[in-house]
Design a protein around this ligand. Structure first.
Ligand SMILES: Nc1ncnc2c1ncn2[C@@H]1O[C@H](COP(=O)(O)OP(=O)(O)OP(=O)(O)O)[C@@H](O)[C@H]1O
Length: 337
């Protein structure tokens, strides 16, 4: 199995490492249809007010059902989607006002690893060229054995530099994807479901590699993953997202959930994986996830929540430390109150 960093978990209020990224009030809306009279027919509120920070050497994980906005957050950090509102600061500099050279530094130091390692490469390129591509794009010099060194770093033989993607398994190819992400000596890796497409037997190896690299290089990770056991084991802080917003955040929220949505997410997982303090009662959520083009008023989860009362439709609950233990919860009726 994978190594766990749970013993090292620090109170998020006192993070150990330097702050690298700070995201405040992030909104990413996608207008749909044709614009008429200055208005679009519909807007997808994919990310609708999200705050968090990433620190050196730490892993923050994003969890939540499909479509809640996780990938959109991830892609915004590497410039693949533009925020509609809010700020992304890297080492204190705001992306909205950053100079060209600051943006180049950011594009080097924040890298992304995708779910499908084959989909993001040209199958006709040799591994050496795949790994060196980011250096070429940035116009940086390529040391003679840079691909070989990066392959060794990710546990592959240096001679693989001369081979082509079809010669590798999914796990090996994901290692190559990680080597490519490391080529520019990043400080932050955005890991968008890096193990979801791999055989279960390989997943732990990739997670272990990522944890070792984090120890060695002090990398900050934003991890998106569906496997609760993995997320619990490797995260310093977990953010639970629902319909574009964070509803619960803290180091222990997957062991000791306080928000009804987190409880419902965990109740769908077999108990051995959840841990002793997780909710054991099976919770069946009623109804579908509402459309992100028309989120409910007040608390977005209220239309599926068994605790919902009038106040939930009227007042949006803030993401607050409701227990004094550093975990943040956006519910009018959290479990631990
Ligand atoms: N370019 C786009 N144009 C319109 N809508 C989009 C676009 N990108 C994402 N969306 C919508 O934004 C919402 C959030 O999508 P996102 O991919 O971020 O969710 P997710 O939580 O990562 O889901 P998954 O786990 O399935 O990847 C979804 O409703 C999605 O359809």
């Amino acid at each position: 199995m994978f190594h766990s960093t749970q013993q090292d978990v620090m109170d998020p209020a006192e993070p150990v490492g330097e702050e690298l990224l700070r995201i405040e009030g992030l909104k990413i809306h996608f207008p749909l249809g044709r614009r008429r009279h200055g208005q679009y027919a519909e807007t997808v509120y994919a990310v609708d007010g999200v705050d968090f920070a990433l620190h050196k050497g730490q892993t923050v994980s994003l969890v939540g059902e499909s479509g809640c906005g996780k990938s959109t957050v991830a892609r915004s950090l590497v410039g693949l989607v533009r925020p509609t509102a809010g700020s992304i600061r890297y080492k204190g500099m705001d992306l909205r006002t950053a100079s060209r050279s600051q943006m180049r530094m950011l594009r080097r130091e924040v890298q992304i690893v995708f779910q499908d390692p084959f989909a993001s490469v040209n199958p006709r390129m040799r591994v050496r060229d795949i790994i060196e591509e980011p250096l070429r794009v940035q116009g940086l010099p390529r040391d003679r054995y840079v691909a070989e060194e990066l392959l060794e770093m990710v546990g592959l033989q240096p001679v693989y530099a001369n081979r082509f993607p079809h010669e590798f398994s999914g796990g090996q190819m994901q290692r190559i994807g990680i080597a490519r992400a490391l080529a520019l000596k990043p400080r932050v890796l955005v890991l968008d479901e890096p193990i979801s497409a791999l055989d279960v037997s390989i997943q732990a190896q990739i997670i272990n590699l990522l944890m070792d690299l984090q120890d060695e290089l002090g990398l900050a990770y934003l991890l998106i993953a569906h496997d609760v056991a993995v997320v619990r084991a490797v995260s310093h802080r977990v953010l639970v997202m629902y319909l574009g917003r964070i509803v619960e955040a803290g180091p222990e929220v997957l062991s000791d959930p306080g928000h009804p949505y987190t409880q419902a997410l965990l109740s769908a997982i077999p108990s051995a994986e959840v841990g002793s303090r997780g909710s054991r009662k099976e919770i069946i959520l009623e109804g579908d996830v509402p459309s992100p083009t028309d989120p409910p008023s007040g608390c977005r989860f209220r239309t599926r929540c068994w605790k919902a009362a009038d106040v939930c439709a009227e007042e949006e609950p803030g993401l607050l430390d409701r227990t004094g233990h550093g975990a943040l919860n956006a519910c009018h009726f959290p479990a631990h109150e």
